[in-house]
Unconditional design. Sequence first.
Lengths: 222, 403
Amino acid sequence: MNSNPARTPALATKGVILARDGKSFARLPDLDVRGGQSVAVVGPSGCGKTTALMAIAGIRPPQSGAISIEGTDPWKLRRRARDGFRGRRIGLVFQSFYLVDALSVRANIWLAAQCAGYPHHETRRLETLLDRLGLTSVKLSRADRISHGQAQRTAIARALLNQPAVILADEPTSALDDANTETIMALLTECAVSENAALIVATHDRRVLDAVDQVVEMERLQ
Amino acid sequence: MNVVALAFAYLRRRWGQALLSILVGALGIAAVSTAFVGLDALPDAAERSWGGVDLVVGPKGSALDLVLCCALHISDPRGLVSEKAAMAVASHPLVRVAAPIALGDNVDGWRIVGTTSKILSVYRAEIARGRMWAKPLEAVLGAGAAKSLHFKIGDHFIGAHGLESGGEMHSQFPYTVVGVLAPTGSALDRLVLCDIETVRYIHKMHAEDEAAETGVTETYVNLPDAATAVVASYRSPVAALLVPRLIDANPALSAASPTFEIARVMSYLRPITVAATAMGILLVSIAAAGAAAGLMATMNARTRDLALLRVLGAGPLSIASVAFAEAAMIALAALLVGIGLSAILMALGADVLADQTGLLLKPQIDIEDVVCLVAGAFVVAGVAALFPAIRAARTPMEELLQS
């Protein structure tokens, strides 16, 4: 388990086969991603990119194969431990951001720490993230009263708060124009480097490919 | 996860629905607490009002009437007795002190009571200002009567016939205020006291005038020592077992115990407590059902948020506790509003009761009742939140990534 961070990859997968309705339908190419590196998992819609992210995040089990996050296979943990592990070591960025409208920007980001079981989390990091992502001026605004760009940055800040080993981003640019795609990818890769986290982007958007270190394509199974 | 902050934020989002649940719940809680506290306070108010009166000796008839008329000074007298006969049976060794009272007149609605100085001993009252009456047509006012009538020592007033204002004025018999009693919290505070002979004389004159006009002779003419009743205070509780029996053996007299009669009245009022409690429980149930339905609906609308919390690492129990926290907050708000509402209702009720009967309602908060009320409200809230909480805890995380 995470004995030597320098030699242990942030994320490693081997022979991960994904199933739908009990039938295997896709294979995730083997990954070995170090902190600060970024990988795009590409393929057409329905090819299993999101299912692969769910398997890595410990949300839906793969049919077979091994997943290791800093040396820990989330699927070998008990359910409650897996939930906690996901909260602490994996940051998720969704295409639709999924902010809690009833809460402020600050509280939305803070949720990540609280849900992961860090009730007395260092608030300095939260303030640093707010500042770094340009959210300080709207930190007390309710999530449904901020702009699209601010919501996007709030979602990224939430994913980064717990200093995750792996950042999983599901179609982060699918609804964006070229300029915004470039901005968001720059922000994600820059954050991955600065936080020393492995960034995995599931996308069918070819504009993303230049921004990442490695591109892998989902393999369809017969 | 800060469940309380999240639950509060959600409640704020659906404040209209939450407010409705709080108001209906508060009405139920107010009904239950008013029924419990108010009806518990009533016997205490009556007991304070009758002061040290353990026994009322009056004419044959309803014992409750005797208590209401001569101990609580709420209702009208039913007849007269001979003071000598009543005092003879009341002067038992187990009786500490007894005083005759004669009713019949008022000043601006405040009862003028002819009696002897022993009445102060019955009620354990003291003169606060001035002195006791020393001759006819001198009056000593109870503390409440003095305050309301704005009479000072040396002021004069005219009594009116009857126990309510508006009766024929006895203009030829002006009273002089010579003393004011210290407050006792009893019915004595609402009385205007004078020598019993004064009342007898005025009524004898009045009765003779009436007889001259109508040919009918009133009792006050035929019974020189007429009194409405004799009120007495026991020396020992044992007296309650012996003395009333001796009095009831007299063919002209009847004994009444305020304690016994008010307990009897309260037993008649018990169904009201039950009905008010049932109504309160019904309202609380409606509020709980409303809160449960509201929570269930919001849990369905909140599937995405709940799935997000699960993805962020919150366990099913933490997610379920959001629903419980929301219900608990509604319960807490309903409790606070309900208890406040109950306090207002009781204050208004106490004012009306004091106006109508002179009874001073002083609701006592019983810690056991409070614990029952609080525990009951939170148990109901917990039951209301149970299904929404289970629904929340079972939210699948996949919904978030697949939507």
